[in-house]
Each structure stands twice: as C-alpha cells, then as structure tokens.
Design a protein around this ligand. Structure first.
Ligand code: CUK
Ligand code: CUA
Length: 649
C-alpha cells in the first residue's frame, strides 16, 4: 500500500467510511508497522529512510503488579469537570480526584465552609456578584493546564497550579494534603488559558494568559469597536495568589511558558488580526509569539508607569507592539503550544495551522532587548516541518522533541540539533520516527519533561478522540490517554487509558518528589478559622469537645467522631435556626475517613483522620433528620449515624 493511499484511508475512516471492508481496528492492526511513516511524508517532505516499526520486544516494564507502587505521580487536568486527577504512572491507575472549581459530593467541596471560603474569597467584585446569584460560589470550571511548583528548575513538591478557562481563575493545590487552598479570579480578563509557574530561581510567579480580547474596561463601552479590544498577560504571586501586575497585549494569548533563569515568559498568540469571527482570524499568514521581559515589567510597575482598569487596582503596563517590555516574534499562523527544552536553551512554538514548529534560542532574546537585534525573526534558529496540526511538544532530555500532530493523529519524534543544522542548510533529516496515536492528540508530556530533570522514560499522549478503542458508552465518548515507552529506540504504545472530559494536559513527577501527609496535622493552618470560632465558644481543643452552643437563632454543634460512632447521637434545634456542624475525626489511623451526610438536606462532607470540617445550613424543615457517615469505615459503619430533631417554630 502506498503512503498516499494510507492517508486517504485515514481521512475516509475519520469520516466514518470503511473503504476496504474492514474496521479501523483491523486496519490499524494490519498496518501497525508501516503506517507509522504515514502522512508525514505528504506533509513534511522529509524521507524517512527505511521506515520504522514499533519495537517488537518490550523495553521498560509498564506492568505494576498488585501491591506494587508506581514510579511516578501524574497530575491530570479534569477539563470541563473542573477537577484534577492524580494518576500512577506507568500503571495508569487513577489514585485520587481533587475537586477544584467543581462541586463534589464525596468530599463536600462547594458545600463545606472551608471550601466555600476558598471558592469565594479570590473572586473579583463581578465574580462575587455572579456567585451571589447562585448561592455564593461559582459552580463550574474548565481546567486545562496543571503545573507543579519548582525550585531551580526541579519539582519541589509544594504546589500544583491549574487554570480555569471558563471563569478566568487560577487555583493552587497543596501537595501535602492534596487539597485546593487558594483560588484567584483574574480581573480584566475573559478565559484564562495558558498558565505556567516560573521555573527558577523558584516559582515566584504564575504566568497567566488571558485569551479573549475585550474592551478595557468591559463595562458596555466600545462593544462595536473590536479594534479597541485588548487582552492581558498576568503575573500572579504563587505564595499569596494575588495578581501582581498585568501587561496589555495585541492578539489572543494562547499558551505560555517560561525560561530557566526567571527572566522571560513567552506566549503564543493567534488572531493577530484582532478579529471577532473565524474568517477575519484567518486573514494573515503570520501570528506571533510575545516574549515578556519580567525584570522590565517589574521595573515599570515600580516606577509607576501603569494604569488601572475599571474596579480593579492591579497595575496594568502597556506591552502592545512597540513597547520595550515585550518582543513580538512573527511565526506561522495560529501557533498553539509553547514548550521550553529541558536544557533551557530553546523554546518551541507549535504551528497548529502550519506543519512547522518554530525553534527560538532563548539567549538571543537578550540581544533584542539590549538593542543589538533589529528583526525579531533573527532569534529563530530552526523551523522544521513535522506534520499536520502540530499542537504541543515534549522532550526526552536526550535532545529530541516529541510533537503531537492533531490532524495526522501521530506523534513526531525529531532531533533539535538536526533541525537547527537543517535550517542552516544542512541535509540531515531531523524527523526520527512517527507513531500513530488514537486519535487526534492534543497535549503530550514526557516524564519530568518540563524540568531540567527530564528523564526520557515515558511519554503520555492525550488523544481527544477514542472512537472505536473502547466499548461504546453512547454519544459522549471518553478521551484516550496513551502511554508510550520512549526509554530506548523507537516509541511504542503500551497502554490505552479512557478518561472523562477532558484532560487537556498532564504532568508527571518522580514519586520521591511528591510527599503527601498520611493523616492531617492538627496544627495545619487549614483549621485556623474553625479553631478561632471554637475559641470564642470557649473550646480549646476540638478533639476533646462534644457540645451544642446556642447563640440567638444560631446553633453550633461541635462533635467528634471515631469509628464507628459520632459522639453526639442527637441534637435539637428550632425550625429556622442557622446550624453549623463542626466535626472532628479523632481517629489517627491512616485510611480511617468518616463523613457527615444529612439526609434530604443536601449537606455532606469528608472528615479524614485528624481533620475538622464544618458546614452551615438552615434547619428549615421540622421533624427528624438522620445524619450518617458516608465512608465505609468499620463493620458497624451502617450504624454510624445520629438524629437532628427540628422542633416546629
Ligand atoms: S490547550 Cu487543550 S490541547 Cu487548553 Cu493546552 Cu492544547
Ligand atoms: Cu464512619 Cu462510616
């Protein structure tokens, strides 16, 4: 079968046809060793010298047996579900889900006082007004980019950060307890998309791309004048989770990344036309990468060279074209992912609508800002054709890039130095292998590839479509996360993993870099608010106290639990009372989580060992209301319950 025929088949199959009377599965099985060359030839023009098959014999063992532990933690975005998932790699076992922007019935996220404070306090004034209309907190999020904090370019195990495109927020998750502890909504923004922590000297900033252009301020003015719309790039302090400054830019910011020195951040930018509909956005052949000079931005803010917009007091500096705070590097149309090589030398902008990736040498950015370089394109050192629809690139730490090709449904492995040599006129083919993935891959990430410790062991490819790879579950299909062995020689797929909507991105850290606690520490600041409230009620140690306190029409129930019982079996309140239940789990054994669910009241929460959680509700229905423990904690777990008696007013 000729390569152009294969490309045709793939297209028809995508459209639902089966030109040769066998299924897609049979087709791919039958051609597994030759289809790898595929559309790259048509698209890229490089010849692959002999083609290449998936390695026949296994390299690394991906099987993690019962009772064995994984070598890596993976942190997966949960996409439109608004959550984060923790995976074991290479087993691909889902270990935990961390609610972030969503509501969650298992843990009471969105329901407990502790989570509601976190969900609410960082909202902008407009965000709070919106939240007030739906019970005090926002309900959904669209997570894309999970990234771990770093010190000197290595994962330091402190935090995971994740963006929310839907409501323009960024959240921080504490890795010691695997809970979200801060959320901030970015002002002057719609759709926070690309987000990256600074890599060195330590994650001081989170760099946040606000994607959609809007009038500034967006209060009803300039709605019919899209040419005046602007978007902003934001620097968020990773410790306080406050927005420190913003930079006005031209174009739609897409993805972002940072260098390993703490000097630059860089963002892909599409729609340099500033258009508001598709045709207009396609007009020009080139868009750009915007480079942000962080020390200069800080300097401008310090000197007061900023304005504020609307009701936000965040300093906004001008980084539009011509500003000396930014550099606009023209790149082929519609760039998407942007990835820094683990050696810190280059960043790579992925073409999306162009079959190329653009390699920029980071040291050359200094020349531009010092005035030595006039044409920003002089910072480009390679622009290899890798195939159709390049979205994201990751690295093995051995000098190779792995780029997902959305349209070709492939991953291209290519050598960076060979690409640079070819750009200078050499004739080495940088493309080393193309591997079919299933199907339409978006992000990919190799183990530790965002850090200087990239170890080139495993590659995760997050494919958007699973089509026929799994049992049919109706019109809404899972995505397919494929695990690929890149440890030695050719890439080979070792695992298909269905996932629910929609892990855009995932990062993978070595197990020894992440060290969560086994139970809660009573000194944890997580409990500060509830301890302060108890103190006012004369309670010094929540673990020692079972007591109901009435304060006007407010009732506070301080209760402890240890398997298999609550230490308050019943409490009485009056119809209309505002009741706060504060529950402390005094068990201090790993795994002994209890819960509190109040039936027919839409109230629930998790209480893990040594944790205190609280929830507030109005007792507006007279009668008997059972509460029960919803985590199976003991042989007498079913008996772990009690009654709230609500007397008629
Ligand atoms: S984006 Cu989704 S495939 Cu939001 Cu990182 Cu590229
Ligand atoms: Cu405690 Cu079930």
């Amino acid at each position: 079968m000729k390569d152009d025929e294969k490309t045709t088949i793939r297209q028809e199959e995508t459209d639902g046809g089966s030109p040769f009377g066998f299924t897609r599965r049979e087709f791919f099985n039958a051609t597994a060793t030759s289809a790898v060359v595929g559309a790259g030839l048509a698209a890229g023009g490089w010849s692959l010298g002999g083609g290449t098959a998936q390695a026949a014999e296994g390299n690394q063992d991906f099987h993690v047996g019962p009772g064995e532990l994984d070598e890596y933690y993976g942190f997966w975005s949960g996409g439109q579900s608004g959550e984060v998932r923790v995976m074991g790699v290479p087993s691909m076992r889902e270990l935990m889900r961390i609610p972030v922007f969503n509501w969650d019935g298992a843990t009471g996220w969105g329901i407990t006082n502790e989570s509601r404070k976190i969900l609410r306090e960082g909202l902008t004034p407009a965000g709070k007004r919106r939240a007030d209309k739906q019970g005090g907190v926002l309900r959904n999020g669209d997570t894309h980019h999970p990234h771990l904090s770093m010190t000197d370019g290595s994962y330091d195990g402190r935090y995971l950060f994740i963006n929310d495109k839907a409501n323009s927020r960024v959240a921080r998750i504490r890795l010691d307890v695997m809970k979200t502890d801060k959320i901030v909504q970015i002002p002057n923004a719609q759709a926070v998309h690309g987000m990256r922590p600074q890599k060195a000297p330590k994650t001081g900033y989170l760099f946040c791309n606000c994607e959609f252009m809007i009038p500034q301020p967006n209060d009803g003015r300039d709605m019919e004048s899209p040419e005046k719309y602007k978007t902003v790039f934001a620097g968020v302090d990773a410790e306080t989770m406050e927005v420190k400054w913003q930079v006005l830019v031209d174009g739609n910011l897409d993805n972002t990344n940072a260098d390993f020195k703490g000097t630059y951040a860089f963002s892909t930018c599409y729609n340099s036309e500033n258009a508001v509909e598709l045709n207009g956005m396609m007009r020009k052949d080139r868009d750009h990468v915007v480079v942000f000079n962080i020390p200069r931005i800080e300097e401008a803010v310090k000197k007061g060279q900023y304005k504020t917009i609307g009701d936000s007091d965040v300093p906004v500096v001008d980084g539009t074209k011509g500003s000396d705070l930014t550099m606009y590097i023209p790149v082929p149309k519609g760039p998407h992912g942007i990835n820094t090589t683990p050696d810190g030398k280059y960043f790579i902008a992925n073409g999306k609508l162009s079959p190329t990736v653009t390699v920029v040498e980071i040291d050359k950015l200094d020349d531009y800002f010092k005035g030595g370089m006039k044409d920003p394109r002089d910072a480009v050192v390679a622009e290899p054709e890798v195939g159709l629809g390049p979205l994201h690139t990751t690295f093995d730490g051995r000098g190779n890039g792995y780029t997902t090709l959305f349209i070709d449904s492939q991953v291209a492995k290519w050598n960076i130095e060979d690409a640079i040599a070819a750009f200078q006129g050499g004739d080495t083919n940088p493309i080393k292998q193309k591997l079919d993935v299933h199907y339409q891959p978006g992000h990919n990430n190799a183990t530790l590839a965002e850090t200087k410790d990239a170890d080139g062991k495993w590659l995760m490819v997050l494919s958007k479509f699973s089509k026929d790879r799994f049992l049919n579950v109706g019109p809404l299909k899972p995505e397919n996360d494929q695990l690929i062995d890149i440890s030695d020689g050719d890439m080979r797929i070792v695992h298909d993993g269905p996932t629910f909507a929609e892990p855009h991105d995932a990062v993978i850290a070595r197990a020894d870099q992440i060290n969560p606690n086994k139970i809660w520490d009573r000194e944890d600041p997580w409990f500060d608010d509830v301890k302060a409230m108890a103190k006012k009620d004369g309670i010094d140690d929540l673990r020692m106290t079972n007591k109901v306190i009435r304060d006007g029409n407010k009732v506070r129930v301080y209760m402890t639990s240890s398997a298999p019982q609550y230490h308050i079996n019943e409490f009485k309140v009056k119809e209309g009372d505002e009741v706060t239940v504060v529950l402390t789990n005094v068990d201090n054994i790993e795994d002994l989580t209890h819960g509190f669910t109040l039936t027919n009241f839409d109230v629930c929460m998790e209480i893990s060992p040594q944790q205190t959680a609280s929830v507030t509700f109005v007792a507006d229905e007279p009668g008997v209301h059972w509460y029960y423990c919803q985590w199976f904690c003991h042989a007498m777990h079913m008996e772990m319950r009690g009654r709230m008696l609500v007397e008629k007013a």
